[in-house]
Design a protein around this ligand. Structure first.
Ligand SMILES: [Zn+2]
Length: 485
């Protein structure tokens, strides 16, 4: 385990009483135990069933003096959980938020039960271990620890566990529309940037997200003649679609850096050895297209780095045919693009039409799809509104009390690590605050390796217990610095 040098005279984990009685796993820290319990409440969305997790959290928070609000959604079984720890009101609240729901699993591809909260080899395994039940456990534990210690606070700390982040109609936009007074704050922490470990297990850098990528989906529709499968013609729609997809698979968009991404790559340059050091610097600063292309090629070996420098292209759904002896007249594929702020749907359609270059393939806006099959009108409206809002929000400032406290505590918790702002490679629920001008800073509060990161939304998702512990210290001390008296 990492040795920590803290500036504050408290070692939170050591000073609180364990909630659990000792057993064979008695040495497992409280935050890891909390995570196993949270994983065991299956909140795969759809349907989510987040209300069960909200009730679980209420039982933990209520006895410690929090003011609890459970905000049910119009869809039964779902709820947002809000716990407010009162300060003296001299400063505006700080909010710390994580989502309750997780994406579903391909159960047969897991080597263990994704909803059992298994602890093995120093890791907690389960759906959401990284995204975002691990973070929810760290955030909850930090706030519970501060409450137990009865630390005097200058501002309220609001802990929020959100419904419908991974899908659904009643996420933070619904909450902001219906209960803004309960989640209004000066600034907020949410999921986002990463604490990345190198191959030797040392934290290389801490990235704090100040903006998120947003998503645009396009529908490719290939058209051909619908006929008997015994007499195929050259214009088979499925072949035409396949050729279009093959062209897309060979294509990649050009790098497009934001200020934060540029700073991020310069930070990587400072922490890397050759040849990557030069590649990172060239990507961030060079005007020579050949040097940038070479840098792009080398850096893009890493899927995360590939993603944050560009609009990414991912086919996600296909639809063609209805019976075994009919050649269908059309074939469709939905392509999900994760876009750099400022990218418009129109320019993306133009770019993709140019790449496919086939008049038999239409490229049109796709409904924002979260799953196969029909979507209710309310959900479609909510998803489209979310996508529109997300594409418009401004980046949070790389300054201010919360940002600076997080930078300071990241450096104290992970000595030697660089800290940098970051454009998060996916979307989060932060837009509900950012769209109202409230700064939101994102972090997955645990050091993680690039290999483990690939398990997020994948199989055998896991987080190291030691990482949960160090992340807890960083988050607790950040909150104390921001809200303590
Ligand atoms: Zn998430």
């Amino acid at each position: 385990m990492r040795v920590l040098r803290l500036s504050l005279p408290v070692c939170v984990v050591a000073t609180v009483l364990p909630l659990w009685s000792a057993d064979s796993s008695g040495s497992i820290p409280e935050v890891a135990r909390l995570l196993t319990e949270v994983i065991r409440i299956d909140t795969s969305n759809p349907p989510g069933n987040e209300a069960k997790l909200a009730e679980f959290l209420k039982a933990r928070f209520a006895p410690l003096g929090f003011e609890i609000d459970i905000v049910p959604t119009p869809q039964p079984g779902k709820a947002h959980f809000i716990a407010r720890l009162r300060g003296d009101g001299s400063k505006k609240p700080v909010l710390i938020a994580g989502h309750e729901d997780v994406v579903g699993v391909e159960r047969e591809k897991w080597s263990l039960d994704p909803f059992a909260g298994v602890i093995k080899d120093g890791y907690v395994y389960g759906r959401g271990a990284i995204d975002f039940k691990g973070g929810l456990a760290v955030f909850a534990q930090a706030v519970l620890d501060i409450a137990r210690q009865k630390r005097p606070l200058a501002r309220d700390i609001i802990f929020l566990a959100e419904a419908d982040e991974e899908g659904g109609a009643y996420g933070t936009r619904f909450l902001a529309d219906n209960a803004w007074d309960k989640i209004d704050c000066e600034f907020a922490l949410n999921e986002g940037g990463w604490i990345i470990k190198d191959a030797a297990g040392k934290v290389q850098y801490v990235s704090i997200s100040t903006a998120d990528k947003s998503g645009i989906s396009l529908l490719l529709t290939a058209r051909g003649t619908s006929t008997h499968s015994s007499m195929p013609r050259p214009d088979n729609a499925i072949f035409t679609l396949a050729r279009a997809l093959a062209k897309l698979s060979e294509y990649d968009t050009k790098p497009r850096l934001t200020d934060s991404t540029r700073e991020f790559f310069l930070t990587l340059s400072q922490t890397s050895t050759e040849p990557m050091k030069t590649h990172f610097r060239n990507l961030a600063t060079s005007n020579d297209p050949n040097l940038v292309a070479a840098a792009d090629k080398a850096i893009s070996e890493n899927p995360l780095l590939h993603a944050i420098m560009r609009n990414t292209i991912a086919p996600v759904l296909m639809n063609a045919g209805f019976r075994g002896n009919v050649i269908p007249g059309s074939a469709e594929a939905t392509i999900n693009f994760r876009t750099i702020p400022g990218t418009t749907q129109e320019e993306l359609i133009e770019e993709i039409q140019h790449v496919i270059n086939d008049p038999r393939v239409d490229v049109t806006p796709a409904p924002t799809a979260m799953s196969r099959g029909p979507v209710s009108p309310e959900l479609q409206t909510a998803l489209d509104a979310r996508a529109r809002l997300m594409s418009r929000v401004a980046e949070s400032p790389k300054s201010g009390v919360l940002y600076e406290a997080l930078v300071k505590q990241a450096k104290l918790t992970y000595p030697g690590a660089r800290v940098t702002p970051y454009l998060f490679q996916a979307g989060t629920d932060a837009y509900a605050w950012r769209s109202k001008g409230v700064p939101v800073y994102g972090i997955y509060p645990y050091p993680i390796s690039a290999q483990d990161l690939e398990r997020m939304h994948g199989n055998d998702e896991r987080v190291p217990i030691a990482s949960l512990e160090s992340g807890l210290k960083m988050i607790t001390n950040t909150l104390l610095e921001v809200a303590g008296k």
